[in-house]
Design a protein around this ligand. Structure first.
Ligand SMILES: *Cc1c(COP(=O)(O)O)cnc(C)c1O
Length: 387
């Protein structure tokens, strides 16, 4: 520590700094999460809801989201660490590990925490057969119906089921699959038929609960809501179907990603902006420099996938007025057009996505899906929970 810095080293320096930081932030609306959960309930009134909160609650903060979705019947996460965080925060709902356990040790912890686990592989069956658990565990037996990612093929499913049926560590079995094209014109007819035919072959005396529907399936294929639905993206108020907007389904964005204009430049016809001169003005253009870049999670490819030739960049709002990004997004900043927003000045509020700018439209202009943008919000973006 340099001597000359001593006078500044007050104990509260960090906390003082925190109140003066860059104007960027994400706010997470509890009422929007609750509203979206109610929409899911309206669509699937007879199903239990397993709120999918993997990837840090799709970037919204696991615990923030779990509080907002506290009325859900269960939470689905990826890793044991997330399940532990939820239990430690006091959530007593069903918690499902979507890829199941990766070791016998994890299996023991999952059982003691009362978690449900997906079983998708022979290795996981062996773990269940070779241990003695302190508490029986609920499993969600996963069938591969054409996604070809996780799960037992239809031909292996019967054998997997009978092994698990006679395994003393197991309490309830739920039958599960995940559709690859629920959001596409192709739909789910073929994988659904395969699932149903395979389940029939199990010759069950009583039907077992099943879990089939992600967000797109919930909205588009009500015939397969079944016992559990597994909504993810719609709970966050974004659309699972490319080319549609969440508001068409009466969903509300849970995240509002905002910043401010920190500089304004006026450039003349022929002058360019940013790295690689990717935007050159054809007339006098007033440009707002926004404190948000790809290191904050804003897509660097924003505006490079526009279908409308009259558009120059991704949608963005300044002072609540729609505009567009210009040029290349840099690490910490981006450019937007404020030529038509006379009142724009340094300090003007900017919405990257939220209620005015649907994240779906930013994703489309960036050649990706809303899922990727939401999950990629950087840790350096301060997050606050609002009502
Ligand atoms: C992520 C995931 C979901 C949720 O998908 P959305 O499209 O976000 O609704 C559901 N089920 C499984 C198995 C998943 O991995």
């Amino acid at each position: 520590m340099q001597q000359s810095m001593q006078p500044n080293m007050q104990p509260n320096m960090q906390s003082h700094l925190q109140s003066n930081r860059r104007p960027i932030g994400a706010s997470i609306s509890q009422s929007a999460l609750q509203h979206n959960l109610a929409i899911v309930k309206k669509h699937a009134p007879h199903s239990k809801i397993m709120a999918v909160v993997k990837a840090n609650g799709y970037g919204h903060g696991l615990i923030n989201v779990a509080h907002g979705l506290n009325q859900a019947d269960g939470f689905a996460v990826l890793g044991l660490n997330e399940a532990i965080d939820l239990r430690e925060a006091g959530f007593s709902q069903v918690i499902l590990l979507l890829e199941g356990v990766f070791s016998v040790q994890e299996l023991g912890i999952a059982a003691s925490l009362g978690l449900d686990i997906v079983v998708h592989s022979a290795a996981q069956i062996e773990m269940l057969e070779q241990t003695r658990l302190s508490k029986k565990i609920n499993i969600h037996l996963k069938m591969n119906t054409g996604m070809n990612r996780l799960g037992f093929n239809a031909s292996e499913f019967l054998a997997a089921f009978s092994r698990l049926k006679s395994c003393t560590n197991i309490n309830k079995i739920t039958l599960m699959t995940h559709f690859a094209t629920a959001d596409e014109p192709l739909g789910i007819a073929a994988p659904l038929a395969l699932f149903q035919q395979t389940v029939e072959k199990l010759n069950l005396p009583e039907p077992l609960p099943s879990s089939l529907a992600n967000s797109a399936t919930i909205l588009r294929h009500p015939q397969v809501h079944a016992d559990w639905v597994r909504p993810g993206i719609i709970l966050y108020g974004a659309s699972p179907v490319t080319g549609t907007l969440a508001r068409q389904f009466d969903l509300k964005p849970a995240m509002s990603f905002t910043s401010e204009i920190i500089s304004i430049q006026t450039i003349q016809a022929g002058e360019s902006l940013g790295y690689g001169n990717r935007f050159t003005a054809s007339q006098t253009t007033r440009v707002g420099i926004v404190a948000c870049g790809y290191a904050d999670g804003y897509p660097r490819h924003a505006g490079q996938y526009l279908t409308d030739k009259n558009q120059l960049g991704a949608p963005i709002a300044v002072n609540g007025i729609m505009s567009q990004t210009l040029g290349r997004v840099s690490m910490d900043m981006l450019f937007c057009d404020v030529t038509h927003i006379a009142e724009a000045h340094i300090g003007s509020p900017v919405e990257l996505w939220g209620n005015t700018v649907p994240v779906d439209t930013v994703a489309e202009a960036s050649g990706t899906v809303c899922y990727e943008l939401l999950c990629a919000i950087a840790a350096r973006v301060p997050m606050q929970v609002v009502d």
